[in-house]
Design a binder for this molecule. Structure first.
Ligand SMILES: Cc1ncc(COP(=O)(O)O)c(C=O)c1O
Length: 510
């Protein structure tokens, strides 16, 4: 038996444990209360096992056993029964009257206790170091399927870890139930509410649920924003180097790219806000902002954000803030949503985000746009008919909700592991390829590496691919002037990362 979580709820003690029994076992919710003797008595127990899930009424007395329905969601059923029936069951079992009374009265702060209990119950350890190369090779995702089998991919931004158990179990329920019909209306699915709860929990931001739109991807949001808020020829400001679709969308939509190049100082990329101000012209309409920033891995400070916000207000610019990496921050740094800076700044901010990066479900194609102002939302929604934007699949909607509601314990394992990967790669590169500069990311599982010291001919990513059979992202795609860099994806196991660095070293004859 492993003890996973303990908390207090309506005068009772809730304990989540993982129990092993002869035919399997799984997560258990035990409901206890102290006796006059000081010992704890168990009144209810919910065994949400994979096989024959069941619940026990008065396990220390009558011990009546009833089934939980394994065809649906035994954990959800356990919590429903607990919240709806605890008091009457305690009464039937002869529990003290005071206990029966408190168990009947919801406590205003109990939502957090029940959420954490449910998170603990839905969690299974992530086993990050144990990726199976054969399974990875058989994946049909872009990362593992673009190059021949002898190439080790460390490029496109997805992680190799399987998603959280809470997400996989949710998807399994859809598959096993043949539940692949049309989704409900997006608002009715609960996803906009789940987004607002998540932003509040993580960043202390309370978005307005009526100003939430669901998209298929963050990149779609970029294109629709350009269509809605700018005209061909209008200026769009971007901090480079940058995730390539920021550049591609501006180019495709025939807007004018205003580059705000970051400065490389002492092996660290700095945002150049002085140059940003100087670059703004009367034709500038929009700032594409990326925080945390891909590929530098930098996190904007409050001072930097406020400067960008002040410029946006002064020059009447709309800010499209891509915050997709906000959950992947290291070393106790803080993510500050752009829309929280001030009401004036919020009113010109469109926030784009998704659970897809942090929870590793990019193939499920679901993202969120939040508008700080009704008029912005209206313009966005009328720029293209909703059928041109297309629909969102059930899997993405519900996997996103499972991620935000239940998968935090998984993320709590993944983020420190990624920070360890960053340090591991920094060390190994320093040993094996001292000519390159590894720009230590503060956030994201992406790392930006200055390879100019190797003095290679042509793009370094092509060299590493040709001579080391390792696929990295080519720096030049992230903006002009960054051709001597590569982006390396740290979102994999340490044994695979060791192999990535070995291959890079081999490619330059080490
Ligand atoms: C900053 C940033 N925005 C957006 C995306 C892609 O998001 P989506 O797949 O939702 O378009 C990525 C993927 O790497 C990213 O790094």
């Amino acid at each position: 038996m492993d003890s996973l979580w303990t908390g207090r709820w309506r005068g009772l003690t809730l304990k989540i444990e993982r129990r092993r029994v002869r035919d399997g076992g799984g997560p258990t919710l035990r409901v206890l209360a102290p006796e006059a003797t000081g010992a704890a008595r168990e009144w209810l127990r919910f065994d949400a096992f994979e096989r024959q899930p069941r619940w026990h009424f008065d396990p220390e007395g009558e011990d009546e056993i009833r089934p939980l329905d394994e065809r649906v969601d035994p954990i959800a059923e356990a919590f429903d029964r607990l919240t709806q029936e605890a008091s009457s069951l305690l009464e039937r079992a002869g529990a003290p009257k005071a206990l029966v009374r408190t168990a009947a009265s919801p406590d205003p702060s109990e939502a957090v206790v029940l959420r954490d209990a449910q998170r603990a119950m839905r969690h299974r350890p992530a086993r990050l170091d144990e990726l199976d190369p054969v399974r990875l090779r058989s994946r049909r995702s872009e990362k593992w399927h673009t190059y021949p089998a002898d190439v080790l991919p460390a490029w496109v931004a997805e992680m190799d870890f399987p998603p959280a158990a809470a997400i996989l179990d949710e998807l399994r329920r859809f598959v096993e139930g043949g539940d692949v019909g049309y989704p409900l209306g997006l608002r009715e699915t609960g996803l906009p509410d789940a987004f607002c709860e998540r932003m509040d929990e993580r960043f202390g931001w309370a978005p307005d649920v009526r100003r939430v739109e669901v998209l298929s991807e963050v990149v779609q949001g970029m294109y629709v924003a350009l269509e809605a808020f700018t005209e061909p020829g209008d200026g769009v400001i971007v901090q480079t180097p940058i995730y390539p679709p920021f550049l591609g969308s501006v180019r495709d939509m025939k807007r004018k790219l205003i580059e705000n190049r970051m400065r490389l100082e002492n092996g660290r990329l700095e945002f150049d806000l002085g140059a940003l101000e100087a670059a703004i012209t009367p034709k500038s309409r929009l700032v594409f902002f990326c925080n945390p920033h891909n590929p530098s891995g930098r996190v904007h400070t409050r001072t930097e954000l406020e400067r960008v916000g002040a410029l946006a207000v002064a020059h009447d610019l709309i800010v499209v803030s891509d915050e997709i990496h906000a959950d992947l921050i290291y070393d106790g740094r803080e993510h500050i949503p752009f829309a929280t800076l001030s009401p004036e700044i919020a009113a010109r901010t469109v926030t784009l985000t998704s659970a897809s990066k942090a929870f590793n479900i990019p193939g499920l194609r679901t993202a969120i746009a939040h508008f700080g102002d009704d008029a912005l939302q209206r313009r966005f929604n009328t720029a293209l008919h909703r059928h041109i934007r297309g629909g969102i699949g059930l899997f993405g909607i519900y996997a996103t909700m499972a991620a935000w509601r239940w998968a935090q314990p998984w993320l709590d394992e993944v983020v420190p592991y990624l920070a360890g990967n960053r340090d591991f790669v920094a060390e190994r590169l320093a040993e094996q390829l001292p000519e390159v500069t590894f720009l230590r990311p503060e956030a994201t599982y992406l790392s930006w590496i200055d390879c100019r010291g190797l003095e290679l001919e042509g793009p370094p990513a092509a060299h590493f691919m040709r001579n080391g059979q390792v696929a990295l992202s080519e720096g030049g795609l992230f903006g002009p002037g960054w051709e001597g860099f590569v982006r390396l994806n740290l979102g994999t196991s340490r044994p695979i990362l060791a192999e990535v660095v070995d291959r890079m070293a081999k490619a330059v004859g080490r």
